[in-house]
Design a protein around this ligand. Structure first.
Ligand SMILES: C[S@@+](CC[C@H](N)C(=O)[O-])C[C@H]1O[C@@H](n2cnc3c(N)ncnc32)[C@H](O)[C@@H]1O
Length: 251
């Protein structure tokens, strides 16, 4: 396993993420002093990544972030979640984009775990309206390019990734029901989609499995939907400190 990938893992989790936490606390305190409000209010209780996921070593490839990607700290937390799944379970990702997260999930998961990642084809109709501005993530040159063009070292992990195409709200998820140890919800950020994809995630996840959402506090539709779900169902959703990830374990 390449030294660079190991160093990326170490850097992402032990330097990038703690520095992000510090800088977020500083900016929050500074805004409070100035009486300035920015972004959406996030009310879910926070947890440190190591309170919810194992601290096994992780490796990260494609560390450079492009618009639409998770940041390096978030990638490290997702890799940690994948490293902790039980061997028999699958991983489902809703929203493939460039496949950077799919590839890192596959690399860090147990060797027999399969990754299924769904993306909306650019010419497909969507059941609900997408959020303003997110068409750019749908209309990309090649969905999943990072695992489709993976370096030989990661070819075996990339080979465990299955690409699915469709609208997450109308896709037939029945073959995948109750089989996923980890579901990553990162498709459309529109409120209707977050609600629908969350219901899907709950159907896909195994007992003791984990659901992770991205972009809490970033996209209004995600923040509002997760707040409503927690207020009405008291599931115990937790916001992973220093990230826009929210996690729930099916216990
Ligand atoms: C923010 S990107 C996902 C990023 C990716 N998970 C990652 O971590 O690199 C959102 C993705 O969701 C896809 N998407 C948007 N609406 C969707 C829908 N209704 N069904 C399936 N995929 C959708 C977009 O095409 C885009 O690839």
């Amino acid at each position: 396993m390449s030294l660079a990938a190991r160093l990326n893992g170490l850097y992402g989790r032990s330097i990038y993420l703690p520095v992000t936490i510090l800088s977020q606390s500083y900016r929050r305190a500074s805004r409070r002093l100035r009486g300035v409000q920015r972004g959406q209010e996030t009310r879910l209780p926070q947890a440190a990544w190591h309170e919810v996921f194992p601290a096994k070593p992780i490796v990260l490839v494609q560390p450079q972030r492009k618009q639409g990607d998770v940041n390096l700290g978030e990638l490290a937390v997702l890799a940690s979640a994948a490293s902790g799944i039980d061997g028999g379970g699958d991983i489902v990702e809703i929203g493939t984009f460039d496949g950077r997260t799919s590839l890192n999930l596959a690399i860090n998961a147990p060797a027999q775990a399969r990754v299924f990642t769904l993306d909306l084809p650019p010419d497909a109709r969507s059941k609900f309206a997408l959020a303003p501005g997110e068409r750019a993530f749908v209309e990309k040159p090649r969905s999943g390019r990072h695992f489709l063009e993976a370096a030989p070292e990661w070819a075996s992990a990339a080979g465990r990734i299955t690409q699915l195409f469709g609208d997450s709200a109308t896709f037939d998820w029945s073959p995948y029901a109750a089989r996923a140890s980890l579901v990553f919800v990162d498709g459309s950020h529109a409120h209707d989609y977050v609600l629908a994809d969350t219901e899907t995630a709950f159907r896909l996840v195994t007992q003791k499995g984990v659901v992770i959402w991205h972009d809490y506090g970033v996209w209004e539709g995600v923040t509002r939907a997760l707040g409503q779900i927690e207020a009405s169902r008291h599931l115990g959703l937790r916001h992973v400190r220093g990230t826009s990830l929210v996690v729930w374990r099916n216990e």
